[in-house]
Every structure is written in structure tokens, then in C-alpha cells.
Design a protein around this ligand. Structure first.
Ligand SMILES: Nc1ncnc2c1ncn2[C@@H]1O[C@H](COP(=O)(O)OP(=O)(O)O)[C@@H](O)[C@H]1O
Ligand SMILES: O=C(O)C1=C[C@@H](OP(=O)(O)O)[C@@H](O)[C@H](O)C1
Ligand SMILES: [Mg+2]
Length: 174
């Protein structure tokens, strides 16, 4: 059966990669992290790609999102900047339900590893700028918003409960 993808969006460091993996395990779905997919396919780290310019990364990201969005039954963890391109959202929405992982910026600030995030590696405070730029986009493009203020296990349960009845049954019983 072809089932909708579950797509996680949100700020860098909000927990998309970590939660996506756990969610996929719980729902017995495949998992794809867009950044990991890009790194595997280009054989370069995200930081190396960013050295060629953000535009280069965004172009690779768009192509990756287009490709991954054609699949079904996957939990997709996006990179925080995926909302910068409306084409990405159109592609992700075709087969997917979009979930905004909303983690308070102060909490993100506490435990984010900036060394692997080139946009903020020189200045952690840049997170606040990104938050200002993007918060409205995450809100606008999501189908469901889930606060990430509990344990990871609790947040995963909350996401599963927030899926509509039919979807939950489809996703759990596939
Ligand atoms: N609810 C939570 N409890 C504990 N740690 C969390 C929680 N949510 C996120 N984290 C931590 O935040 C960090 C960033 O998570 P990550 O999955 O890499 O975020 P993203 O993919 O959104 O950038 C990780 O160390 C992760 O374990
Ligand atoms: O916010 C962004 O623009 C980015 C977030 C990163 O992913 P995470 O959101 O998983 O940190 C990664 O895609 C890249 O460094 C750009
Ligand atoms: Mg990530």
C-alpha cells in the first residue's frame, strides 16, 4: 500500500534527525535524512558543500528533496533551511504530511552542536536571526505542529497521536 510520507521541518537543532529516526522505528517506516542523503550522494560533508557557497548547497538540496519526495512510506527529516524554497514544500506536500517540530530557541541554543552546521558555526547567535526569518514559514507550511519540550520518547508518541486516525492505522499496520 502506498502511504504518505511523514516530513519533519523546523529550526536547525530542533531534533528533526533524532526524532525522525525514532519515529520511523516506532512506525516501522523507512527513514531518510535529507542532509545524510546529500552527503552520501555527493561524498562530501555539508560543511564542504557550503564552502562552495550556500546557493550550491540549496541547489543540491532542492534536487535531493525532489527525488526523495517521489517515494512513499518514508519518514523524511529535512534540513532547517528547506522552507527557504517553496518548490521544496510543493514537492514534500505531494506525498507527505508536514510536521513542524517546535523546540524553544533557548533549548536549541543549550545543546546544539554548531561545528556541523556551517550557517551558524562562526556565530551561534545567528540562530536567533534564522529563527526570526523562518518561524513564520514553519508555521505556514506545516500540517501539524508538535512542541518538542518533553523527552524524545514522549515527543515521538505525541507525533504518532497527532496523526489522523486512518493515517496512524495505515502507518502502524503496513
Ligand atoms: N526532546 C529532546 N530531549 C533531549 N535532547 C533533544 C531533544 N530534542 C532534540 N534534542 C537534541 O538536540 C540535538 C539536535 O538534534 P538533531 O536531531 O540533530 O536536530 P536537527 O536535525 O533538527 O538539526 C541532538 O543532540 C538531540 O539529541
Ligand atoms: O538551517 C539550515 O539552513 C541548515 C540546517 C542543517 O540541517 P539541520 O536542520 O538538521 O541542522 C543543514 O541542512 C545545513 O547546515 C543548513
Ligand atoms: Mg538534522
Amino acid at each position: 500500500m502506498k502511504m504518505r510520507n511523514i516530513v519533519l521541518i523546523g529550526m536547525p537543532g530542533c531534533g528533526k534527525t533524532t526524532i525522525g529516526k525514532l519515529l520511523a522505528e516506532s512506525l516501522n517506516m523507512k527513514f531518510c535524512d535529507v542532509d545524510a542523503y546529500i552527503q552520501e550522494n555527493t561524498k562530501k560533508s555539508i560543511s564542504e558543500i557550503f564552502k562552495e557557497g550556500e546557493a550550491v548547497f540549496r541547489s543540491i538540496e532542492r534536487k535531493a528533496v525532489e527525488k526523495i519526495s517521489k517515494e512513499y512510506n518514508i519518514v523524511i527529516s529535512t534540513g532547517g533551511g528547506v522552507v527557504k524554497s517553496f518548490v521544496n514544500i510543493q514537492n514534500l506536500k505531494k506525498n507527505g504530511i508536514i510536521i513542524f517540530i517546535n523546540r524553544p530557541i533557548e533549548k536549541i541554543f543549550e545543546d546544539i552542536d554548531i561545528s556541523t552546521r556551517p550557517l551558524i558555526k562562526d556565530r551561534k547567535e545567528k540562530l536567533y536571526l534564522l529563527y526570526k526569518e523562518r518561524y513564520a514559514l514553519y508555521k505556514k507550511y506545516c500540517d501539524i505542529e508538535v512542541m518538542n519540550t518533553q523527552t524524545l520518547k514522549e515527543v515521538v508518541e505525541k507525533i504518532i497521536n497527532s496523526l489522523s486516525g486512518d493515517e496512524k492505522i495505515e502507518n502502524i499496520n503496513h
